[in-house]
Design a protein around this ligand. Structure first.
Ligand SMILES: N[C@@H](CCC(=O)N[C@@H](CS)C(=O)NCC(=O)O)C(=O)O
Length: 285
């Protein structure tokens, strides 16, 4: 005699809920196992978060190059963490130090100066410090925008851009739109390309006239602001062919600025400036 198996409503509900709980637990378990664990960083070492380096230079971002140059100048132990992650202020570069985040290259330098009792400008008198401060501000608040507009907006359709800016077409498009918008609110984005090129030349002329035959920004000894000025000027080599920066560089309009960049490169970067072939091969694997 065949037995009929009839399930009560309670049993059916129990089976459905039981299977659901088992499924959710399994999914959670898989997620937990595959999730990236927070990295452990060494104590008392600055972890420098910056966008991935390029073959020709340590970074495409003048602020990242500034910060890493400063760390080298000040001989502070650091470790690079190349990633696209932005800081809590939605900017790059930024650092982690003993588990805490610090952002904005200048605020970071101020923090590190205190933490490591460093003053790379202690040999300067108040007046010279004021001049160095103004030069850095001109570089970061004016020259930077001419660079950003030229690189990401005016050179958008330049096929040579791909050679110097190793980013996907999609990222390039996003950068163009973001810089165009930011440039508009900053102000330079409302000018014509010729007008922005004029501002760029005026800033470079001021830097060139000020540096003259000196090796560094404030004489023959480096100061803190050299990191920022170097970081920005070194970007001239990372510009598409149609950029007015490339024209200025090719025409050797400011030979002392070229010498200045070469000097700092040699002094604080040596062979590390360009990506080593072995590192590149490992990355490409
Ligand atoms: N004042 C900041 C400027 C940093 C900055 O503007 N970084 C750019 C890259 S060069 C950035 O993060 N841009 C992303 C954005 O503005 O959304 C600093 O000194 O760190």
């Amino acid at each position: 005699m065949a037995h009929e198996t009839s399930w009560t409503t309670k049993e059916i509900l129990g089976t459905i809920i039981g299977s659901g709980v088992a499924l959710v637990t399994t999914v959670k378990l898989i997620r937990y196992i595959s999730a990236e664990k927070p990295k452990e960083y060494p104590k008392d070492v600055v972890i420098l978060f910056q966008i991935p380096r390029t073959p020709a230079a340590p970074n495409l971002s003048p602020f990242a190059l500034k910060l890493e140059t400063f760390l080298r100048m000040a001989k502070i132990p650091y470790q690079n963490e190349y990633c696209m992650q932005l800081s809590s202020k939605k900017k790059t570069p930024w650092i982690m130090y003993n588990g805490k985040e610090y952002c904005d290259s200048q605020f970071i330098i101020e923090f590190l100066n205190k933490e490591f009792e460093i003053d790379l400008s202690k040999h300067l008198k108040a007046h010279d410090k004021a001049v160095a401060h103004s030069m850095r501000k001109m570089t970061e608040e004016s020259l930077y925008w001419t660079l950003a507009m030229s690189r990401w907006v005016y050179s958008y359709n330049d096929p040579s851009a791909k050679k110097v800016l190793p980013v996907s077409q999609c990222v390039f498009w996003q950068m163009k739109n973001a810089v165009k918008k930011a440039g508009y609110y900053q102000g330079y984005g409302r000018h014509t390309e010729e007008e922005v090129a004029r501002i760029c030349r005026q800033d470079l002329q001021a830097l060139s006239d000020h540096i003259g035959n000196n090796m560094f920004l404030m004489g023959n000894q480096p100061c803190e602001e050299d990191a920022a000025v170097f970081g920005m000027l070194a970007m001239m080599w990372l510009m598409p062919e149609t950029s007015f920066f490339t024209k200025i560089l090719k025409d050797k309009t400011y030979p002392n600025l070229i010498k200045y960049v070469e000097k700092i490169k040699k002094e604080f970067w040596g062979d590390d400036y360009e990506e080593k072939k072995a590192d590149k091969a490992e990355k490409d694997l």
